[in-house]
Design a protein around this ligand. Structure first.
Ligand code: SAM
Ligand code: SF4
Length: 331
């Protein structure tokens, strides 16, 4: 067993698995219109993902989130969903969750519920069909809203993720908060991060969180909550709506002190931090040298996990930006 304590003394028990870098949307802050995707031979197959997940669970990972790209566009994803669900049912895993754009959620909601997924995070940057279509470059808002309702109807807890975009969805923050409160969904707001080349210029779209939520503060009372998830969000109760609001502010506040996660990419690398290119290659180790090599690499990954990200410098100095897009690492 590896001691899942990293070089900074943080306890790591959360693994995010990006199951595909492909997506049926092209959100302008996430990837360019003509994105190149990984060749199939580089992508971990389901038995490889399952083997790695087993190993990590044996070492102490207690929570797994599937993400991407869009996890629900990968063919036969229900195989992996079922496999991971068996770990929850056997008590080996405490929580199984999914981040999705919601477009295929109507079809998958019953499968997720049967496989012991407890929560789903859905990206929803706008409640206006045209704005939604523009941001996602073609997404159908109604389809996503139907997916969200289906997930809720199957008993999955819902969190809406909204990326703060200056002059684009800035005017919708109050409407989004009211929509989430009325339906019993949580809402997380995310500052756009400077990841990837060829995506929309963040200097045009980036807005500090305090400015984005100003209309909310004008209308409602924001009371700090003690609640902490395993993520970087800080939580507030929006009174009197009774909405739990998470603020994810990688640009204006650093959230790294209690980071508890590793990220497994579609091609089998572990990135120790979203804001760093440092990684270890589990796919090569597993394919060439077997699971003992995987154990050694896991220890190395934990030792090398950086103390903090450096997005502020990457925003200020474009030549320092990571060329990797969010869909490659998994959001
Ligand atoms: N396709 C799924 C979805 O959209 O929820 C899962 C993957 S997506 C990469 C995960 C999350 O990352 C989404 O909530 C998305 O809004 C967010 N995201 C993507 N690019 C981002 C960026 N440059 N800055 C901040 N958040 C970003
Ligand atoms: Fe696809 Fe999600 Fe990226 Fe949008 S944010 S392009 S839905 S992976």
């Amino acid at each position: 067993m590896t001691n899942m304590i990293d070089g900074q003394g943080r306890h790591i028990d959360y693994l995010r698995i990006s199951v595909t870098d492909r997506c049926n949307f092209r959100c302008h802050y996430c990837m360019p219109e003509k994105q190149k995707f990984l060749p199939h031979a580089d992508v971990l197959d389901y038995s490889e993902i399952a083997l790695l997940a087993n190993r990590f669970i044996a070492h102490g990972i207690r929570k797994i989130r599937l993400t991407g790209g869009e996890p629900l566009v990968r063919r036969d994803i229900d195989i992996l969903i079922n496999d991971l669900g068996s770990h929850v049912q056997a008590g080996r895993l405490a929580e199984l969750t999914l981040t999705t754009n919601g477009s295929r959620l109507k079809q998958f909601a019953p499968i997720l519920a049967r496989s012991s997924f407890s929560r789903v995070n859905i990206s929803l940057d706008s409640l206006k069909p045209e704005t939604f279509k523009t941001i996602t470059r073609g997404g159908d808002l109604d389809q996503v809203l139907e997916g969200i309702s289906a997930a809720a109807a199957h008993g999955l807890r819902i969190k809406i993720n909204m990326v703060a975009l200056k002059n684009e969805n800035q005017s919708e923050i109050v409407a989004m908060a009211e929509f989430c409160a009325a339906n019993g969904y949580d809402l997380s707001l995310i500052e756009t991060m400077p990841l990837g080349e060829g995506v929309a210029d963040r200097h045009d779209r980036y807005i500090p969180m305090d400015d984005f939520i100003a209309p909310l503060r004008d209308r409602f009372e924001l009371e700090p909550l003690a609640h902490r998830s395993s993520g970087p969000a800080r939580y507030w109760n929006v009174a009197p709506l009774g909405l739990r609001l998470g603020l994810i502010t990688p640009m204006t506040h650093n959230f790294c002190d209690d980071c508890n996660r590793l990220r497994l990419t579609t091609d089998g690398k572990i990135y120790m931090c979203l804001g760093s290119s440092m990684h270890v290659d589990f796919r090569t180790a597993m394919r060439e040298n077997g699971m003992e090599a995987v154990d050694r690499l896991l220890q190395q990954a934990l030792r090398l996990k950086p103390a903090r990200h450096d997005f502020e410098r990457q925003l200020a100095e474009p030549d320092q930006r990571l060329s990797r897009h969010m869909n490659a690492t998994g959001g």
